[in-house]
Ligand binder design. Structure first.
Ligand code: SF4
Length: 216
């Protein structure tokens, strides 16, 4: 049986959003068009009172899905950290207020853009699920995969080398090979162990090496 979903939208009027946008209208859109069960406005959503308001709704109102209409999803990620609920972010600050030119002649387009961001945030919210991981994979944490962009061998080696320092200080037994995403891709596309650079690790990625060897 599908778990029951309860949605809520939170609309921030901080960072000048309340001066440039009709926040009450955004609330109505979230309620009527977005079909959010709860809609709340706050003048400083990322402060402790705003975050507590959301937490209270999660705990006491059994909210399971939240749409935060405020700043970009890259902003205030520590404040808006609610691991038990699904979340979307409607980007009213960077996506609307910061990009639409100043002046009352732009009020209409600014508001229309904000309205659409709220519509999209609410629509997306009904489709998102709390990430659960892949039940078809094992949960062995025996390899760390790092960025696929610029590869710095020194950085990679440091992450491996300093595991022994951590072990000394913390009494742990870490011995986790650290590979680049690009190395995984190289193996996936049939490169040899040497071509994928798997022979230069301080901590050997044995399982990955076996896969690379099987491809030859
Ligand atoms: S940083 Fe984001 S959440 Fe905080 S007041 Fe500004 S828009 Fe609102």
């Amino acid at each position: 049986m599908m778990a029951e979903i309860k949605t809520a939208a939170y609309i921030c009027s901080g960072c000048g959003l309340g001066d440039k946008l009709d926040v009450a209208q955004l609330g109505k859109i979230a309620q009527k068009e977005g079909k959010m069960a709860l809609v709340r406005e706050h003048d400083f959503l990322c402060n402790s009172a705003g975050v507590q308001m959301i937490r209270d709704d999660i705990e006491k109102e059994a909210v399971t899905h939240i749409c935060i209409a405020a700043c970009s999803r890259r902003s205030k990620t520590e404040a808006f950290n609610f691991p038990t609920v699904a979340m979307t972010r409607a980007n009213l600050r960077e996506g609307v207020v910061w990009v639409v030119a100043e002046g009352s002649e732009h009020d209409e387009v600014r508001q229309e853009m904000a309205d659409d961001y709220v519509r999209m945030g609410c629509a997306e919210l009904k489709k998102v699920k709390l990430p659960e991981g892949n039940p078809n994979t094992t949960h062995l944490k025996n390899i760390l995969v790092v960025g696929g962009g610029m590869s710095c061998q020194l950085c990679q080696a440091n992450v491996e080398i300093y595991q022994s320092e951590i072990n000394k200080k913390k009494g742990t037994k870490l011995a986790m090979p650290v590979v680049y995403y690009s190395q995984l891709m190289a193996v996936a596309y049939g490169s040899s162990l040497k071509e994928a650079g798997l022979d230069g690790h301080v901590i050997q990625p044995e399982r990955l090496k076996k896969i690379a060897e099987r491809k030859k």
